[in-house]
Design a binder for this molecule. Structure first.
Ligand SMILES: CC(C)(COP(=O)(O)OP(=O)(O)OC[C@H]1O[C@@H](n2cnc3c(N)ncnc32)[C@H](O)[C@@H]1OP(=O)(O)O)[C@@H](O)C(=O)NCCC(=O)NCCS
Length: 151
């Protein structure tokens, strides 16, 4: 039997060009892509300026975790928090979120916020175990190119 992989076996780095296809495949395996979001364009925009990036986590099997982290000049945000379905419940999610928190902290951000889709109840316990508290807010959104709202 293969030895258990400890959470510290996850190595974190900023995404590179050669990682893009693997990251998109990870997001697809994790059910995070939506028809109205182009994941390649999301990655490109996050890498365009200094206020965002995509962090990736690798273990011995390859690229198995990701987070898109950035800030808007006031709060930090994370998107595409993902751990490969075959690698869950061994602390990788905790490690990639800690890396996102460190990334924001080192840039002077004091608070990290994130949105969870209403049908993704399973993930609540994950964020709660990391110290996040559900907030009483309503999120409004509008596409700036004039297209109809999406859910
Ligand atoms: C959410 C996700 C990233 C968690 O990754 P993970 O590597 O399994 O998480 P960890 O092993 O680091 O778990 C950290 C803590 O969360 C808890 N947790 C994780 N998943 C959980 C679940 N489905 N139900 C209950 N608790 C959970 C663990 O018990 C653990 O707590 P502990 O360390 O105190 O025991 C992973 O399940 C995932 O990629 N999900 C699909 C994508 C997704 O929904 N992303 C979030 C979008 S908002």
């Amino acid at each position: 039997m293969a030895p258990a992989i400890s959470p510290t076996a996850l190595t974190i780095a900023a995404i590179e060009d050669a990682d893009i296809a693997d990251v998109i495949a990870l997001w697809q395996r994790c059910g995070l892509t939506r028809p109205w979001n182009d994941p390649a364009a999301d990655i490109a925009l996050a890498r365009k300026g200094p206020n965002a990036t995509v962090l990736v986590g690798r273990d011995r099997s390859g690229l198995v975790a990701s987070v898109l982290v950035g800030h808007d000049g006031h709060r930090g945000w994370v998107y595409y928090v993902a751990v490969d379905p075959g690698c869950r419940h061994q602390g990788y999610g905790r490690v990639i979120m800690a890396a996102a928190e460190d990334w924001l902290r080192s840039r002077g951000l004091e608070k990290l916020q994130l949105m969870v889709r209403g049908d993704n109840v399973a993930v609540h316990a994950f964020y709660q175990s990391l110290g996040y508290l559900e907030q009483d807010r309503v999120v409004f959104a509008k596409w700036l190119d004039g297209r109809e709202p999406t859910p």
